[in-house]
Design a protein around this ligand. Sequence first.
Ligand SMILES: Cc1cc2nc3c(=O)[nH]c(=O)nc-3n(C[C@H](O)[C@H](O)[C@H](O)COP(=O)(O)OP(=O)(O)OC[C@H]3O[C@@H](n4cnc5c(N)ncnc54)[C@H](O)[C@@H]3O)c2cc1C
Length: 432
Amino acid sequence: MEEEKVEVVIVGAGLAGLSAAYVLAQEGVDTVVVERGDYPGAKNVTGGRIYMYPVARYFPELWEDAPLERHVTRETLTMMAENCSTSITLDSDRFREEPYHSYTILRSKFDRWFGDKVMEAGAFVLPKSRADDVIMEDGRVAGIRMGDEDEIPADVVIAADGVLSLMAEKAGLRQAQQPKHFAVSVKEVIELPSKTIEDRFSLGPNEGTAQLFFGDLTKGMMGGGFLYTNINSISLGLVVGIESLMERDPKIEVHELIEDFKARPEIRNLIAGGEIVEYSAHVIPEGGVNAMPRLYSDGILVVGEAAGFGLNMLLTVRGMEFAVGSGVMAAETIMKARESKDYSAASLSYYEELVKESFIFKDLHSFRNVLSMLENPRLFNFYPQAVCDIFEKLMWIDENPKAKISSTVIREGISKFLNWSTIRDVAGMLRI
Ligand SMILES: Cc1cc2nc3c(=O)[nH]c(=O)nc-3n(C[C@H](O)[C@H](O)[C@H](O)COP(=O)(O)OP(=O)(O)OC[C@H]3O[C@@H](n4cnc5c(N)ncnc54)[C@H](O)[C@@H]3O)c2cc1C
């Protein structure tokens, strides 16, 4: 069945697609969003925490009432060795000042609310609708196909369909992908009373904590873990590079990794008594600028994770601000193209200009070497163990006289770190 032609059809009601739709609807552009999930957010996975400063400039009126969880006041980075771990924690008053720096977020709640706001603004969000192909007419994208029968013809398609974007592939914008450019994640949302979370993590009302982990939890493979406190739940998960997982011998399943992670004493006491209310698995782009598809063509724009806009900065994971920003930039591009009704590649190339001038491309470019650093297995086994060993020696008191702190640090430091491998690793770190 052929539907009436619309101006813009957006595939995917994630943050990127909904941001584009919200701006377009407010400008009176005839916009339809198709989403394969039962509702926006039903299929979205994120760690997650959203940084507010990059996104506050876009639709400030929305963020005021948004269903965000806790504002993050404490940041912890934990290096896990086999039987011990070392953490660095930053607890800063700056994070307690408004406007808050970042919030934890549950996408199933947030995206559903955002979808309603998009509808109120005048766009149509069609849940349970999967796009299967693009319509091609005279070499340009002219809408989407859903199944064998349904079509939505449109002046422009926005591919906002996430990391494995079928729309970008069907439009010929993506090259064959390499496993090393992707990671796989598993995440559990574990429900606990709000007061229990505040007591266990020593948090005030509405305050939250964000903790990232690397080391033994991924059994020597590229990856890491995360823990975020929500209002009355904890988001806990881990991420492993797909190539490391494929090459590992003996093989291990990701669900085994998360069970082992949860059994660690550092984690098990924090989640004790909690009930798993959500379990999800998802793919994450890790290729950065080196794996970006073409961002536009005649009649189509690619936004958010569909465009590879995700960044693992080791100390933090980012993607949501890129999704919001790129969605808004796609909407601005369409508004400009609409003035002359010219949706050709030449006209839509303005989108790439906006992205390249923005924090999205600049950050992806600045951190383009992170992936090669993360491929170093010593980061996940040798360093966490070496740091733990030194701390343990410093803290351990037994029946023998205690060596001076300085001599322990110098002796251990020389024996563990004064070698070519460490010098090479430090040189690699200077590139990020
Ligand atoms: C485990 C994990 C932890 C993360 N942690 C963080 C974090 O802490 N901070 C951060 O900023 N980012 C984080 N990210 C990244 C962040 O979640 C993404 O960058 C962001 O969600 C991308 O938004 P998007 O709108 O581009 O894509 P998505 O949110 O993936 O939305 C795509 C939408 O398209 C729909 N869709 C797909 N195909 C079709 C189709 N054919 N037809 C119709 N609909 C379709 C999907 O159902 C989905 O709703 C994390 C990601 C993961 C997986």
